[in-house]
Design a protein around this ligand. Sequence first.
Ligand code: TAP
Length: 456
Amino acid sequence: MSTVGDSIDVIEPATERVIAKVPSAGMEETDRAVAKAKEAFATWRDVAAGDRATVLRRIAAAVEDQAMSLARLETRNVGKPISDALGEIGVVAATFAYYAGSPERLTGKTIPVPGGVNMTFKEPMGVVGLITPWNFPLAIASWGVAPALAAGNAVVLKPAQLTPLTAIELERIALQAGLPEGVFQVLAGPGSLVGERLVDHPDVAKIGFTGSTDVGKRISARASGTIKRVTLELGGKSANIVFADADLERAAAAAPGAVFGNAGQDCCARSRILVERTAMDRFLELLSTNVAAMRVGDPMDEATEMGPLITAQHRAKVASFLDDDTTVVARGSAPDGPGFWFAPTVVTPRSTDARVVTEEIFGPVACVMPFEDEEDAIAIANDTIYGLSGSIWTENGSKALRVARAVDAGTLSVNSNWSVRIATPYGGFKQSGIGRALGPDALDYYTELKNVYIAT
Ligand code: TAP
């Protein structure tokens, strides 16, 4: 991607070619979009709940109808395998369908109090600014857009400049599905202009941000200027904890997908694989075989398991983790180029301070470390500023639950890598974020709780 004058060149990571030019918004366009959203909100908030639900259902159906073309666009723009992209577009449709059930269920409570009764209402907030990353562009956008619209808000979405294409398509689909003009707008443009203006704008009631912890901190500080509501879905350094009593073959078969899925550009990538020392040799042997067998190549091929990285700059950053503090113990293959390829790589660290142990890599590099016992595993898993997700592999159910309760992370799976389910809350502890996406709880982050007292 590069910004040329007023347009963005969108690059295909697998070929390094420009595949689209998109208008790049600035401050003025942002102010205009917010003004239009504010006007649209005034009527959308009063649209009957059942009618809002119908529009969301129509968006879900249209996304499903156009799943293949949307998936192709996502694959070309991000470099992710087409089978993954199709799965993600399925998540987008399912997210709209799920939140289509919400407008009519956004109920409050009646609370008896002396001399009268209190009622609570979940009111829409107004104009919501959503700022999203490039790794799961449309899926993550839908996690904000669908509950925000369901609750009666208007939305201005700023997708990452690198990957704006499917978000632009979603705006078109929403209009065709009957969403009134101005209720949902997409503004491609730099975070330093469009993003910051949305955060500063007095008429934006809430910011839903998904991205890096560094930018999340900046947004959090800026948002204090207007006491803006903010939810933050940020980075991670999740642990994949493998006990010696686990089904090692199953754990080793799942481990590559848990960290090399989306070429490691996944906030919940289990990039620290913690293995009980007595099982280490066997686990590494199985893992190495599985990594060598990974199919890395043309993202449009249905058999491909891993595509390229997003940019040359990002590839250089990922490569910088293979420094003197690491030993490469297994490596898969990758095409030569063009394309921003990087082979899936497994390393062991030479010290616990190695960058590969402490920092989010956001690429296909897994760091394997031994632990001695349950207590040690928990201590290592929690020795990070992040707390997004993680997995625990053991055949002992009590131990699984003890460890899951003790790990400081928002989303844990036992004998599975699966983090994201539309009906359940997703988000981070510590510097992995504030608030939760998905599930019924997400609606609380797109509504204000109002309390009305009536004297009887
Ligand atoms: P960032 O560099 O943080 O960018 C995310 C979004 O913020 C982009 O749209 C970006 O715009 C915008 N932005 C940049 N600077 C900004 C500023 N000063 N003010 C307002 N907006 C600004 O992240 P990324 O590289 O796209 O994504 C990778 C990161 O996201 C990783 O850390 C990953 O873990 C995290 N992530 C977290 C989750 C969840 S759910 N926890 C999910 C996916 C990704 P431009 O880039 O277009 O300028």
